[in-house]
Write a protein that binds this ligand. Sequence first.
Ligand SMILES: [Zn+2]
Length: 170
Amino acid sequence: MIVDRTPAIAVDAMVFRREEWPLRTTFRGSEIAGVSGTWSPRHANMADFVLALVCCPKCQKPSILHSRVHKISSLGKVSPSFICKYMDGNISCDFHRNVFLDEWSKRKPLYACSVMRNGKIEISYCHANTVLEATVELGLQSDRGARVIAVGRAIGFFVNDKIGNDLSVD
Ligand SMILES: [Zn+2]
């Protein structure tokens, strides 16, 4: 799986899609099967410190977002940034991104919006069902100082060129 879209720059965040991961039964008992690049809500029988589970898009191993390490905002922003620490023999994963969990607290998808303000590109996030709803939610219709570059589902929101002028939603 290709996750690094270099030379794209300023990939502000990785947005994990929500997916309920299936439990599978193995000889060791039941085991949750991670789905690469997605997050799963905690199962009812998991320890309280489990905030959510994420599956690294690079090494495809699941990790726990632990309440003593991470906080998750109402927008689904994970802080501090997520560093995959999977290690197996001499393979160690170094995936490190700012992470958002799509459909975290509201069952609405996460939208990203890039605007040009005072010569700088800013990216903000909100929950919405449509581009119009996102535009209203972010107050962009009445914001005369901001030139909207793109609004779209946060998943697949990437800077396409080297100087960061073109954004696309793919
Ligand atoms: Zn990893």
